[in-house]
Structure formats: C-alpha cells, structure tokens
Design a protein around this ligand. Structure first.
Ligand SMILES: [Fe+2]
Ligand SMILES: [Fe+2]
Length: 319
C-alpha cells in the first residue's frame, strides 16, 4: 500500500473531464494481499467513471503515488466546486486546497517565468481568498495544515494565508475581489529565491557575508522576474517585504509610512511563518515564543498596530 494514496468517493463524484490517473479499490478479501486492484483505467470519461464508482459499492479508492501530479492538476481544474460543496467537511476541503495550492507553488518556483504558471497562481490565489473569507473557521483550518518544515513554496503559501487573515482582521468589510493583487504579492513574495542556489538557501549554520548579500537580493530578483506580468500592488510586496518600520530593512531602507500597508502585513506574516517552521539553521518556535521574539528581539521591525492585530488574529490557534 506504500505506493498508493487514498482518495474519497465524494471527491471523485465531483470531478469532471477525463481522468488522467488509474483508479484502484481494495476488495475486502484482498486485504491480506495489501495490493489494490484496478477499477477504472486512466483516460476514461468521467460519466463512465462516476457510474462505475457508484455501482462498485466501495467507499475508499486509491491512486498510485506516481500519479499524484496528475491528480493535483485535476483538482486545480475543479477547485471552485470543491469549495462550494457543502457536503465536504471543512478539514477535508482545507487539505485539498492546501495541497493543491502547494503543488502549484512548487511548479511555479521551478518555472517562474511561464505565463501558464502565473495564471495558475492567480487562479489558486482567487480560490484561497474565496475559501479563506467564507467563514471564520476556514483560516485557522488552513493554518493548521501549514507545513512545519520549511520549503520556500509552502512558506509563500503560508504567508499568503496569514496575510489574508490579517488583512481581513484589519479591513473586515472588504470584498474578496479587492484582495487579489495583495494576496498574489504575498504568495509570490519570495519568488526571487528561485534565482538563488539551494545550497545557499538551505545552508545549515552561518552564512558568509557574501552569501547573505546574495540572499538579500531576492526581492529585487523577484521584482525583475515579475515586473512585466503583475500589478504595482503585487510588485510592491515582492520588492518591499523585507523593509522594516524603523528604516533598517532592505533593499531600499524605507521607513514608516513610506512602506505600504500591504507590504507591512506581508512582512509580519513572513517573519512569523519563518520563525514557526523548521529551518536548516534553527528549529521551529512555538507560536507564543515566536510572538515574544518578534516583540522583544525585533523592536522597530513592524508597525505596532498591525502586529497587535496579528496576535489577535492567531490567538495561539496554530501549532
Ligand atoms: Fe523574503
Ligand atoms: Fe519569505
């Protein structure tokens, strides 16, 4: 069974189009064999798949792990329907949306300049916003899933979820559409790291001055990568998410009101997520310890009012 992952019947019945993976079941008499048997072959039309699934009498279905990418692509296409389905439990929805979005981000980091990548990120961002703002329980549910191990692509996704939550705490009456450019900036904020060697990004222990200077170029690299493709609001977050309220940030050393409200929100979410996930040079901090570090060791980094709103938003719900 190690080579398979389970997939729910409810989800299968929501799909549309042609399936691009083989679908298996585990007949009860075969459990001792521990090997699922093929029920529907890939490239079957969905109407046939749904009829076969419904008539099979099975509740649990499996696909091969080697088909996971194909499944993610399929989910991307019908994610709106997953969000709108009142019968899918919140936790299951969050898992589908988080894993689908994480997969999009992973592929975007591999090929950030492709127009197809960008339109996929835009679509997934729209859906995250719609889901996150649907009711008060969705953001905590998404945050609980966020990976405790640090990968740049899941970090970017986490920062977007935290940022949407903080924006919504500060501007509760804003419509989801007004958040799109902002959330896109958050989800792409570290896209410039795709131009930096993994050996530097994941180096355990201290960076040399030269390596640190390279890492500090990622906001400018990100700006350059995206300059022709996204709005000013989105670019501003990519370029300015390491600016600090006291003017001691980079790349421009902007101070206070010279930094946009949107970049300030992304900055808080960015630092918090970095502190609460395992890094090559430091273990994850518990939420309360992360707040303490931000309050006491990062004096002047954040706008106080927004930092307090962020503490209220999380209220120790993560971890
Ligand atoms: Fe960054
Ligand atoms: Fe970041």
């Amino acid at each position: 069974m190690d080579n398979y992952i389970s997939i729910s019947k409810r989800y299968l019945m929501k799909m549309f189009g042609e399936i691009t993976f083989d679908l298996f079941v585990l007949p009860s008499g075969r459990k001792q064999l521990k090997e699922p048997v093929l029920l529907v072959r890939r490239n079957t039309m969905l109407t046939n798949l749904k009829e076969t699934v419904a008539a099979s009498g099975f509740e649990n279905f499996y696909i091969k792990k080697s088909d996971l990418q194909n499944l993610y692509h399929h989910i991307e296409n019908c994610i709106g329907m997953v969000i709108d389905d009142p019968l899918i439990p919140l936790r299951e929805k969050s898992q589908i949306i988080y894993s689908c979005a994480a997969n999009v981000m992973k592929e975007v980091f591999a090929d950030p300049r492709s127009g197809e990548s960008l339109s996929r990120v835009q679509k997934v961002t729209r859906n995250i916003i719609r889901f996150a703002l649907a009711d008060r329980s969705t953001i905590p549910s998404l945050l609980q899933l966020s990976s405790h191990d640090y990968y740049t692509f899941t970090h970017c996704l986490n920062v977007a979820v935290f940022s949407i939550g903080l924006w919504n705490t500060i501007n509760p009456t804003d419509k989801p559409e007004t958040l799109q450019d902002f959330a896109l900036g958050c989800i792409l904020h570290d896209i410039g790291k795709s131009r930096i060697d993994d050996a530097i990004l994941n180096k355990p222990g201290r960076l040399t001055a030269e390596e640190f200077a390279t890492i500090k170029k990622h906001p400018i690299f990100g700006y350059e990568l995206m300059a022709d493709s996204v709005s000013e609001t989105t670019l501003d977050i990519i370029l300015h998410h390491h600016e600090k309220h006291d003017g001691k940030g980079y790349p421009e050393g902007l101070r206070g009101d010279r930094i946009s409200d949107t970049a300030k929100i992304a900055t808080i979410a960015d630092v918090y997520d970095a502190l609460t996930t395992n890094r090559s040079y430091a273990e994850a901090r518990a939420p309360f310890n992360a707040f303490l570090t931000m309050k006491e060791e990062m004096v002047g980094h954040f706008e106080q009012e927004k930092f307090i709103s962020f503490i209220q938003l999380l209220g120790g719900k993560r971890g």
